[in-house]
Design a protein around this ligand. Structure first.
Ligand SMILES: Cc1cc2nc3c(=O)[nH]c(=O)nc-3n(C[C@H](O)[C@H](O)[C@H](O)COP(=O)(O)OP(=O)(O)OC[C@H]3O[C@@H](n4cnc5c(N)ncnc54)[C@H](O)[C@@H]3O)c2cc1C
Length: 361
């Protein structure tokens, strides 16, 4: 698509297809599209959108998105800021501070930290997307969450037109949540994230799959753990691998529901089996986190189940996959069918994880 116009430093494109920018490979065009390479590009593009009363959507690596078939009728701001800096730790802050630009590829950043023998994000290897996307939903897997290591997030405030630095406490992190996807949803554009990693520290081996792979006494390196996480992820279709049709997804489509102990007991009675339970986190004391995958299977959906050109991954019950040419409407029809069945059988509402630009939900 030819550039429609050019601001001082930013090229603005028109009617740019969004499907190629998403891991699901679904989505109509962005009415306007800018790839921001710098903080000043972001400020300039935001002003341009504001002057025209356009809605603005921030696009990272497109790995947690279901974009409408009609596209997005506003400005899509694609974050392409690059650079990773090592910052000196202060007397109060032990460890190595990495400051990564929001457009850096997350998995490559993990690789770099592991090669530097710095612990803290090795279990988050193989997660697609950008650095800037990680604080938004407090990305987590295999016993780690980015909130364990983030010390600061720098962001552009679209309401006030200023850059702000948030401490970790100010980000409001919880399970797959932060201020950026709850109270301040669509208000901030993350430009840089600081992570405090621990040089020469041991890897985290809290997750059952990793404990099985590394029994006590095996002393794996950070690299061993990151490679094992990637291998496990690949076996579940949760690693982007060229030619694997099961990874044409947005990762987990449903969050693990947090329920009361009473609800969990009711689920066990209906299912005639005890559901797997996980700790719900400090901010949910007295509640338990159930496995959404288990609920979906017990509600009658097997891996590989399909509806039109959308299906459940053949390797992972939580991932909804574009089998080729699927539309957002087809993926949503499948998601709705699953959610209705789980609600009808267990009275548990499954929350969808992907963000849905252009879709009114
Ligand atoms: C195969 C696969 C496996 C996955 N596994 C996991 C997993 O194990 N754990 C997990 O937590 N997630 C997982 N995900 C989901 C996804 O990878 C993460 O949510 C990722 O952090 C999204 O980053 P992104 O850059 O792709 O964001 P996008 O998908 O582009 O955007 C997601 C949301 O973040 C916002 N956003 C993105 N960048 C910025 C920014 N710079 N500033 C402000 N807002 C921004 C967008 O506006 C949107 O609201 C997986 C996805 C796939 C496809």
């Amino acid at each position: 698509m030819q550039p429609r116009c050019r601001l001082e430093s930013v090229r603005i494109e028109e009617n740019k297809r969004l499907a190629p920018f998403t891991t699901l490979g679904i989505g109509g065009p962005a009415r306007w599209f800018v790839a921001a390479q710098s903080e000043s590009d972001i400020a300039e593009a935001a002003r341009w959108a504001h002057d025209r009363s356009l809605s603005l959507f921030v696009l990272g690596g497109g790995s947690n998105l279901l974009v409408s078939d009609a596209g997005f009728n506003g400005l899509v701001l694609h974050i392409a800021l690059k650079g990773i800096q090592l910052r000196k730790s202060s007397a109060e802050v032990e460890g190595q501070i990495y400051e990564a630009a929001a457009g850096e590829n997350w998995d490559q950043f993990v690789q770099r930290a592991v090669e530097d023998n710095c612990a803290g994000i090795e279990c988050l290897a193989g997660i697609p997307g950008t650095v800037g996307g990680t604080p938004v939903q407090n990305v987590g897997a295999y016993g780690q969450e980015v909130s364990d290591t983030i010390t600061q997030v720098r962001a552009f405030d679209l309401d006030q037109n200023v850059f702000t630095d948030f401490s970790a406490a100010e980000c409001g992190f919880a399970y797959r949540r932060s201020r950026f996807n709850t109270t301040d949803r669509n208000r901030y554009v993350v430009t840089k994230v600081q992570y405090k990693l621990s040089p020469s520290a041991n890897p985290t081996l809290e997750y059952a799959d990793l404990q099985r792979a590394f029994p006590p006494g095996s002393n794996p390196s950070l690299k061993d753990v990151a490679e094992t996480v990637r291998r496990i992820r690949q076996s579940k279709g949760m690693l982007l691998v060229e030619g694997d049709p099961d990874c044409r997804s947005a990762g987990s489509f449903f969050k693990n529901p947090i329920v009361t102990a009473g609800q969990a007991a009711a689920v066990a009675t209906v299912a005639g089996a005890d559901p797997p339970r996980y700790p719900a986190g400090l901010d949910h004391s007295g509640s338990v986190k159930l496995s959404a995958a288990w609920l979906i299977e017990k509600a009658g959906f097997a891996k590989g189940y399909s509806l039109g050109r959308a299906s459940i991954s053949t390797k992972h019950t939580l991932a909804l996959v574009n089998r080729g040419g699927a539309t957002a409407a087809e993926v949503l029809a499948l998601a709705d069918k699953i959610r209705s069945a789980v609600a009808a059988r267990f009275s548990v509402e499954l929350e969808m994880e992907p963000v849905m630009p252009g879709i009114d939900r």
